[in-house]
Design a protein around this ligand. Structure first.
Ligand SMILES: NCc1[nH]cc(CCC(=O)O)c1CC(=O)O
Length: 312
C-alpha cells in the first residue's frame, strides 16, 4: 500500500492538526501509510513584524504548496484561515473536515470578561479584524500587537505586558490547552475570520488517488459554509491587511443536498469607528458569498476598503 507524504508547518498547532488528520484517515483507510514532512514557511520565520506589513495571507502556505507542486508531498494540512482566497493552478482543497468552534475567545490575566476589563485596558492582538471589532465595542481599549504561537502569546500576557489577549477557540481546542478561557466572544461582537475553526487539506488536482482518500474526510456542511465565506473574501480581494470577517452556518434541517446557508460578512475600519455587516441566506455558496460582498461594497464599505488598501 502507498505511503502518503503529508506536508505541515512545524508549530505545535500545525503538528497537532496534521496528526489528527492522519489519525482520522488511518481509521478510514487502515492500509494506508503516512509520513509527515515538516516545512518551515516564511510566516514562521518573520516573527517581529506585523504580518499585514509583509504580505499577509499566503505566508504560511506558499512553501508548502510548492512542495505539493514539486511532488515532494501528496497532501498538506492547513488552517483554513491561513489560506488565500485563490489557490495556485493545479492545486485544490481535497477535503474540509468538520469545523470546530469558530469563535474568538478572550483570555484575561485577572479573569475579567470584555465588559469588566478596566478602562483603557491593554488587549493583545495582531489581527485588524479583531482589533476593529473590539474597539467598536469598547473604544477605550488599547490594542497592542502580539505575535508568536499560542503558548508564547499566553506567556507574554502573564508576564505583564497585556491585560488580555484574543485567540481563536479552535487553536486552544485542538492543542487541548488545559487553561481557563475567560470568555467566548459571541459572533455578534466578533465575527470570526473566514475559515476560522476549519482545516483545509490541499492536494494536486490531477492526483485522483489522493483525492479519493481525502474525500472520505470531507464534511459537506462545513465545506458549504467555508465555500460561502471564501467566495465572500474572494470577491473583496482581501488579504489579512483589511479587517474582514465572514461566518456562515448551515441549516441542516433544510435539506440534505442543498441546505440553506446563512452568511454574515463584515468589513471594518481598522480603528473600529465604522463597521459594516450584512447577513443573507441562500443555497448556492458561491453566489451567496458574492452577494454579501456586493451588498457591503454598495453600502459604503467599498470606500473603507479602498482607504485601508491605500494606507498599506
Ligand atoms: N492566525 C494564526 C492562526 N491560524 C489558525 C489559528 C487557529 C484557529 C483556526 O484554525 O481557525 C490561528 C491562531 C489564532 O488565530 O488564535
Amino acid at each position: 500500500m502507498k505511503t502518503w507524504k503529508v506536508g505541515t508547518r512545524r508549530s505545535m498547532l500545525a503538528l497537532t492538526q496534521t496528526g489528527w488528520v492522519i489519525e482520522q484517515l488511518q481509521q478510514l483507510a487502515p492500509e494506508a501509510r503516512f509520513e509527515t514532512s515538516e516545512i518551515v514557511t516564511k510566516g514562521d520565520k518573520i516573527l517581529d513584524v506585523t504580518l499585514a506589513k509583509v504580505g499577509g495571507k499566503g505566508l504560511f502556505v506558499k512553501e508548502i504548496e510548492q512542495s505539493l507542486l514539486d511532488q515532494q508531498t501528496d497532501f498538506a494540512v492547513h488552517s483554513m484561515k491561513d489560506m488565500p482566497a485563490e489557490l495556485p493552478e493545479g492545486l485544490m482543497i481535497g477535503a474540509v473536515p468538520r469545523r470546530v468552534d469558530p469563535r474568538d475567545v478572550l483570555l484575561s490575566k485577572e479573569g475579567k470578561g470584555l465588559d469588566e476589563l478596566p478602562e483603557n485596558a491593554v488587549v493583545g492582538t495582531s489581527s485588524l479584524r479583531r482589533a476593529a471589532q473590539l474597539l467598536n465595542y469598547r473604544p477605550d481599549l488599547k490594542i497592542e500587537s502580539i505575535r508568536g504561537n499560542i503558548d508564547t502569546r499566553i506567556r507574554k500576557m502573564n508576564e505583564g505586558n497585556y491585560d488580555a489577549i484574543i485567540l481563536a477557540a479552535a487553536g486552544l481546542e485542538r492543542v487541548k490547552w488545559n487553561g481557563t478561557i475567560t470568555q467566548f466572544l459571541p459572533v455578534e461582537i466578533s465575527v470570526p475570520a473566514v475559515g476560522q475553526g476549519a482545516l483545509a487539506i490541499e492536494c494536486r488536482t490531477d492526483d485522483a488517488e489522493t483525492r479519493a482518500l481525502l474525500a472520505k474526510l470531507d464534511h459537506l456542511p462545513t465545506r458549504l459554509a467555508v465555500t460561502a465565506e471564501r467566495a465572500f473574501l474572494n470577491r473583496l480581494q482581501g488579504g489579512c491587511q483589511v479587517p474582514i470577517g465572514g461566518y456562515a452556518t448551515i441549516d441542516e434541517a433544510s435539506g440534505e443536498q442543498a441546505p440553506r446557508i446563512t452568511l454574515t460578512g463584515l468589513i471594518a475600519d481598522p480603528d473600529g469607528t465604522q463597521i459594516f455587516t450584512h447577513t443573507e441566506t441562500g443555497v448556492d455558496p458561491e453566489a451567496l458569498g458574492r452577494k454579501v460582498a456586493e451588498h457591503l461594497l454598495a453600502g459604503g464599505a467599498g470606500e473603507v476598503l479602498a482607504k485601508v488598501l491605500e494606507e498599506n
